[in-house]
Design a protein around this ligand. Structure first.
Ligand code: LMR
Length: 329
């Protein structure tokens, strides 16, 4: 048999390399900061399962929960650097990237989760998903966690009860203004630091949806919860826009369809988590859940109202108006 020429060997090697590149598996690292037994934690795992089933050998999804890979403050940078491919930060954590998204942080803006979905799925909410593409981020969907509840080391029934108390907040100027409006002292802290900050008294209170309060055991170190439902905690699933655009079109299309399905499931399950985790917290006997009377709730609403007036020009009046309009079916 004739020996292959050098050129033939080179061509063979190039072909092998090319085939390898064509069939190279895309690894999607999905990093987040919450526990697996939460709407976001379950959503990330469901996305992994479905994406790998539907794109065998083409896509591998690695999920890193609990700030294991990147915590708050680092995950967005890591996404832009390509060290992670998918993240789902809470909407409060985008304030360095877009003003529009801050609408979700305004206290007492939406009547309920249904109104929030109407806004998210309407023209304004859909446009907000694409509002950060110039900065390298593309929004792929909104995931719910739930409505936030106040918790503290003493009972909070009226806004004056919170005066002078230190509250942990996410990195959001609106949330900062919200606590200042009731005479409290807000402190921006990464999610991974909240339990110990509450336990050691670095802060006196916090605001969380039931699912985070349960899965992070905040109820063990907060003797009182106030069922205030004063604001929304939801997420935007985001990718690095260059990474996303450069995926093979067929792969991207399967991933987008899969994400849409997962989004629907997460948003269905979030209400179930909220209810179930609220009950588990109540049944633990470690904390007391206080209900607000209509008058008490109105007092919180009116104390926080200046935040709406202060931030509407920055967010855009048309966006805030669209959010308010979503309260009407
Ligand atoms: C928080 O920091 O309180 C939340 O954004 C954590 C999360 O991802 O639910």
């Amino acid at each position: 048999m004739r020996k292959p020429t050098f050129q033939a060997l080179l061509a063979g090697a190039a072909l092998t390399l090319l085939t390898g590149m064509i069939h190279a598996e895309t690894v999607i690292k999905f990093s987040h900061v919450v526990a697996e037994n939460t709407p976001k934690g379950q959503g990330a795992l469901m996305f992994k399962k479905l994406a790998e089933e539907r794109l065998p050998g083409k896509v591998k999804v690695e999920v890193y929960p609990n700030s294991q890979l990147f915590g708050d403050g680092k995950e967005m940078e890591a996404l832009l650097l390509g060290d992670v491919q998918l993240i789902a930060p809470s909407l409060s954590k985008f304030d360095r990237y877009t003003n529009q998204i801050q609408v979700f942080d305004l206290p007492f803006l939406f009547n309920d989760i249904t109104a929030i979905h109407r806004f998210q799925n309407g023209p304004t909410g859909t446009a907000i998903l694409k509002s950060m593409t110039k900065k390298g981020l593309i929004g792929l969907g909104y995931w719910d966690n739930g409505m936030k509840q106040l918790s503290a080391k003493k009972p909070l029934r009226m806004p004056a009860d919170a005066k002078g108390m230190k509250f942990r907040i996410q990195a959001s100027d609106i949330l900062e203004a919200q606590f200042k409006a009731i005479g409290a002292v807000p402190q921006k802290l990464a999610f991974a630091e909240v339990y110990s900050a509450l336990e050691t008294g670095v802060v006196d209170g916090a605001e969380n949806p039931w699912s985070n309060a349960y899965s992070q055991k905040f109820y063990e170190v907060q003797p009182y919860f106030t069922e205030s439902n004063h604001g929304y905690l939801g997420y935007m699933v985001v990718a690095n826009s260059k990474f996303w655009e450069e995926l093979p079109a067929d792969v991207r299309s399967v991933l987008e369809k899969t994400l849409a399905e997962v989004t629907a499931e997460v948003n269905k399950s979030a209400g179930v988590f909220s209810e179930g985790d609220r009950k588990k917290i109540k049944d633990s006997g470690k904390t007391e859940i206080l209900a607000l009377t209509a008058e008490q709730r109105a007092a919180w609403q009116s104390a926080m109202k200046p935040v709406l007036d202060q931030f509407t020009p920055k967010i855009g009046k048309e966006i805030v108006d669209a959010a308010i309009a979503a309260n009407k079916p």
